[in-house]
Design a protein around this ligand. Sequence first.
Ligand SMILES: [Zn+2]
Length: 450
Amino acid sequence: MTVLSKKPADLAIEARWIIPVRPERTYLENQTVLIDQDRIVAIGSMDQLENEFEIQKKIYLKDHALIPGLINTHSHVGMTLFRGIADDVPLMKWLNDYIWPAEKALISERFVQDSSLLGCAEMLAGGVTTFNDMYFFPDGAADAVKIAGIRAYLGMVVLEFATPYARDAEDYIQKGLTLRDRFRADALIRFNFAPHAPYTVSDQTFEKIMTYAEQLNLGIHTHLHETADELDVSLSQYGARPIHRLAHLGVLGPNLLAAHCVHMNDQDIQALAYHGVSVAHCVSSNLKLASGIAPIRQMMAAGINVALGTDSAASNNRQDIFSELRMAALLSQGVTGIAGSIDAWQAIEMATLHGAKAIGAEHEIGSIEPGKFADLVAIRLNDLEVMPYFDPVSHVVYTLGREQVSHVWVGGDLRFTRSDIQSGVFANIEPSELREIVLKWQPKLNPYKR
Ligand SMILES: [Zn+2]
């Protein structure tokens, strides 16, 4: 006689709507996502899954949409305490007169850890389950990531000049590699190289980073073509636009994620498309610092993978991917004069699977598919201010905000919950304690504000 035993599963989440992102342009109604340990194991009806699996816990989300965790592909989470320090000034003045002096005086591993914890709390509560970061003292960011239980790709940041974090390019690289060794076996933290920008990194250092990145099979994350000024400086210093300089150095490739790409001519776009470079579109930051508007429709038409990034809380001032995806879709329609030039579906893809691809993680995150990490976000659709609803995809992009996020799972672990009548609850962060930490820093930040 054969005894049919059911397979074990930890959690089943049934939702009114599921937007799995793959297959494309599809949503499911009244279906269930089944999770065991940190992975999605199946998608189907609850009845079907109950026949096949011994399910430990079931959650029914009657008025919700379940989406993949959002991916923020360009952040500086250690700058979260600089939020609002200097608004309404252009990039170079913002850096020279406010941000760099404040960083010189204040940043330390402690500052970055406190700042990063605040940023991680903000992102988790806004449905971001993975962020790709670049900042000094990534050790502090790593510690905050472990407390919050969010997924992070931390940049081993490299510049030529000295900061409180490191002396020179070689020192930055070695500090980054040492930290990477410390977290080598970590489930949530991965690393890539983050040469800050073409205007702060020499040819020789780019070449050194390329060698390490190839040997260690790591991605590269940099700022690129953010301002018109950056192009002028590059033309006078190197006789080439930054993209062409990096192409010549062999930096352009599928493992490169370029943040911004605002000032782009046809040859720039063709070069990124040809080499398979991904772009982190940071629309709010580019608007706030008056840098311009990236031509994302043209870039996507050329085949470039375009994802979304918030940039820092000092230049946005929200680390909120819901507001970025809405802004990206609306602005593209406004500047092109074409309704649906970036439609709601494409905006969701930019915030999820395109983000995963940009950081080399498309086989692990970015869609709700069996085998991927259970990084999931539930959003309430029946709050009065967002009713009624018809198409869940367009509702997510044009109507909902991060305040409708009700549940956030990272690798199958519930990291944040919020009902409509109470403030949010984190698994490992006590909001009142975090508020005290922020208030402790605020007087120290005051001398540097605009
Ligand atoms: Zn940036």
